[in-house]
Write a protein of this length. Structure first.
Length: 472
């Protein structure tokens, strides 16, 4: 079944009505979710009509339907890609066995933890972004923010469906707790650090959707390979939504760069700050901050959890089937740098223990392409500036490199004093953050953009440039 049943209280393509118990449990969770949305979502805009897309089918083409919706009325629901009959587990110790339609008892705790950790990031990001609507640089950007927000809400639904359907009482408890933790709250924080960092300005938002949502993409890619089929099917559909979030980040930063370059060409002798645009150096500092923070989300370089998850067949590598010929990863090693006694040393660890790093490798490759895309903006304008992706050892709080200090570009170890001094030039300073915040003023006239960002090349769903994406 690929079509979605919208006649139900909870839209779904999993024939929810045939399982009354599950349906009732989810219908009890639904009002709590709406309460959470009204309290912790973009609360100032609950009454406005927003031009949003909604899934109408999980088919590859034409799944989205565009129209005006008030956000609390958005049809959040449960959408899984179809089952492929005869599916086999694609990797790990159970490679070649039938996929699991239910949670295998011995992996129940691991699976629950993976699902809860993924689920927790979804409402967290909505909370982090909840005030951004008040300073959107255009209606186009405002709409994109809200599209990302409602889809993160739907991703929470995706994980809650799994918890309710397959994990009994403790799954239901976890589902409630997903609505109770709060991003940045000292007593009840979200699980992962990056999802507790404030996201107060649009430059941060674009970096977040570029780097942090992309971590989400790679986590989903690895779960989409899972031998636990309901998890694989739900994450496959989430991936189609995720692509838009990274588009927002990739093109958002590109537009900021384009506008700065334009201003620099107009008045080559003036300081970009005098012209009210974001200096390219400041953009680089924001990249360094969010890129390094997002690298932490992959976890420790050497990890017994990652080995367990892979061996169990519940979390694979990105594109496990497409990119690899061998799926057991049992007698192979992985060359890795480690941080021992204040030195970077070469080591080799069993491949399964390096799965976090393998996933991070793929992620880094994709980000580097994104940086090249931004550099083309400077090249096109004839501005001599090159953005760089920070070295993966830089500014890390999790894993092998958390205890040392490393150069932003070379990754060379540094002593603390030298690093702290240099980092003033690598990470956003308070002054820079204040400057960026000072630029954030809402622009609400259709077709108009804040001075610090260029208009997009194309409208959403082919709309005209002065389309009213949000009715204020
Ligand atoms: Fe998400
Ligand atoms: Fe996302």
């Amino acid at each position: 079944m690929t079509g979605i049943d919208y006649s139900q209280k909870i839209p779904n393509n999993v024939d929810l009505k045939s399982d009354k118990r599950l349906q009732r449990a989810l219908e009890r969770w639904q009002p709590d979710y709406i309460d959470w949305w009204k309290e912790m979502g973009p609360t100032h805009f609950n009454e406005n009509d927003v031009y949003l897309r909604t899934a109408i089918s999980v088919d590859r083409d034409g799944w989205a339907n565009f129209g005006y919706v008030k956000m609390p009325d958005y049809r959040w629901g449960i959408f899984l890609t179809p089952t492929e009959p005869g599916g086999k587990i694609g990797f790990g110790d159970h490679e070649g066995e039938d996929v699991w339609e239910n949670v295998p008892g011995e992996y129940r705790n691991w699976l629950r933890r993976l699902i809860v950790t993924q689920g927790d990031t979804e409402p967290a990001s909505v909370e982090q972004q909840r005030l951004l609507g008040l300073t959107a640089p255009s209606l186009y950007d405002l709409r994109n923010l809200f599209q990302v927000n409602v889809e993160e809400g739907r991703h929470l639904w995706a994980m809650v469906y799994l918890l309710h359907s397959y994990f009994g009482k403790d799954g239901r408890e976890e589902a409630s707790e997903l609505l109770e933790r709060r991003s940045g709250n000292a007593d009840s924080p979200r699980i992962l650090t990056t999802f507790n960092e404030p996201c107060h300005d649009w430059l941060s938002f674009f970096c977040f959707t570029m780097f942090t949502d992309r971590d989400g993409k790679f986590q989903l890619l690895s779960l989409a390979e899972s031998g636990f089929e309901p998890l694989a099917r739900t994450t496959r559909f989430m991936l189609t939504e995720e692509a838009h979030h990274m588009f927002v980040g990739q093109t958002g930063i590109a537009r900021v760069i384009r506008r700065t370059c334009e201003a620099m060409l107009e008045s080559p002798d003036k300081d970009p700050m005098e012209m009210g645009v974001v200096p390219l150096e400041i953009i680089q500092h924001y990249i360094n901050y969010w890129a390094s923070s997002s690298l932490d989300l992959f976890g420790a370089e050497v990890s017994s959890n990652s080995a367990n998850f892979f061996g169990a067949g519940i979390k694979g590598r990105a594109y496990e089937q497409k990119n690899y010929d061998e799926h057991k990863a049992i007698d192979q090693g992985y060359a890795i740098n480690r941080w021992q006694d204040g030195k970077v040393v070469n080591d080799e660890v069993p491949l399964r223990n390096a799965m976090n790093e393998v996933l991070r490798d793929e992620y880094v490759k994709e980000n580097e392409k994104g940086i090249q895309y931004w550099n083309r903006e400077c090249e096109k304008a004839g501005i001599d500036f090159k953005f760089t992706y920070p070295h993966r050892r830089f500014n890390r709080k999790v894993g092998e490199w958390a205890d040392g200090f490393f150069h932003v570009n070379t990754g060379e170890p540094m002593d603390e004093t030298a690093y702290k001094k240099a980092a003033l030039d690598w990470l956003p300073t308070q002054q820079e953050a204040d400057y960026v915040k000072g630029l954030m003023k809402a622009v609400t006239e259709p077709g108009k953009y804040a001075n610090w960002i260029a208009p997009p090349l194309r409208g959403i769903n082919g709309q005209e440039h002065d389309f009213e994406y949000v009715k204020l």
